[in-house]
Design a protein around this ligand. Structure first.
Ligand code: CO8
Length: 258
């Protein structure tokens, strides 16, 4: 397994784990960390032995945002030409479902990274926010777009315009967080969810994620068309026949990802 500078990576069964590891900076997302996460995630995505990915941080911070010290002296042109955003969209585009396991701070780019994942499990210690306005900027990795789609205009505007943080309970109530668990159970719960996803048939998991993504990005009519075609296409897989036969025979399916 590749050694990285800013993350820890391991495989547990069919789940790939990425742990952000810049403790000196509360896992702030610098360029190296972006390269490392994108490389590890796309590597897992290309591996048929992996059916789900977990991204997590430390007890104190999932990630406290993009690295302010790295960005501070840059010009607007530097930000555009350095393509500080582009590589993260490769992470957002991977086929494999990603579970974000969030404890502590998920701020700015940290909250945006969590929102590039498919399921957000929060420890009861988690704090979410888009505090960029306090720095004289605005969210730059989806905080004004994905957050609004997740929690609606008025809640998103409250966070983006005031820069305040919301706790795990408010985040779950708002629809940003899938489930809240006691901090001590966070990794075990995230692991269980990832194991469950990884036990399904890969073609149907990829199709489900693609259909959910389509819902975020297209009109209802186009999304419904996409869903219907993807649904029909799965009837040419072995696993559809196996899944339905297993139901009829009252046994667990033996999926072969084919
Ligand atoms: N960048 C760089 N270093 C950071 C960051 C950060 N985002 N957050 C924390 N650190 C560092 C601190 O500077 C400190 O380092 P040092 O000990 O060397 O001074 C260390 O981590 C510990 O932090 P604190 O001492 O501040 O810890 P506290 O417990 O007192 O406070 C907070 C924790 C509240 C999380 C506080 O650190 C904080 O407010 N951090 C900044 C949060 C923030 O504003 N995030 C948004 C950043 S901008 C952004 O994310 C834009 C995203 C889009 C960019 C796309 C291009 C890449």
């Amino acid at each position: 397994m590749t050694e990285y500078e800013t993350i820890l990576v391991e495989t547990r069964g069919r789940v790939g784990w990425i742990t952000l590891h810049r403790p000196e900076a509360l896992n702030a997302l610098n360029t190296q960390l972006m390269h490392d996460v994108v490389d590890a995630a796309t590597g897992f995505d290309a591996d048929r032995g992996i059916g789900a990915i977990v991204v997590t941080g430390s007890e104190r911070a999932f990630a406290a945002g993009a690295d302010i010290k790295e960005m501070e002296a840059k010009s607007g042109l530097d930000m555009i030409m350095g393509d500080h955003f582009g590589e993260w969209s490769r992470f957002a585009a991977i086929r494999t479902p990603v579970v974000a396991a969030v404890a502590g701070y998920a701020l700015g780019g940290g909250c945006e990274l969590a929102m590039m994942c498919d399921i957000i499990i929060a420890a009861d210690t988690a704090k979410f926010g888009q505090p960029e306005i306090n720095l004289g900027v605005i969210p730059g990795l989806g905080g004004s777009q994905r957050l609004l789609r997740a929690i609606g205009y008025y809640k998103a505007a409250d966070l983006v315009l005031t820069g305040r943080m919301m706790d795990a309970v408010e985040a779950e109530r708002s629809g940003l967080v899938s489930r809240v668990v006691p901090a001590a159970d966070l990794l075990a719960e995230a692991g269980k969810i990832a194991d469950t996803i990884a036990s399904k048939s890969l073609p149907s998991v990829f199709a489900a994620k693609a259909a959910l993504d389509a819902a975020m990005e297209t009109t209802l009519a186009e999304g419904l068309r996409f869903e219907r075609q993807a649904f029909a296409a799965l009837f040419s897989t072995h696993d559809q026949k196996e899944g339905m036969a297993a139901f009829r025979e009252k046994r667990s399916p033996d999926f072969t990802n084919s």
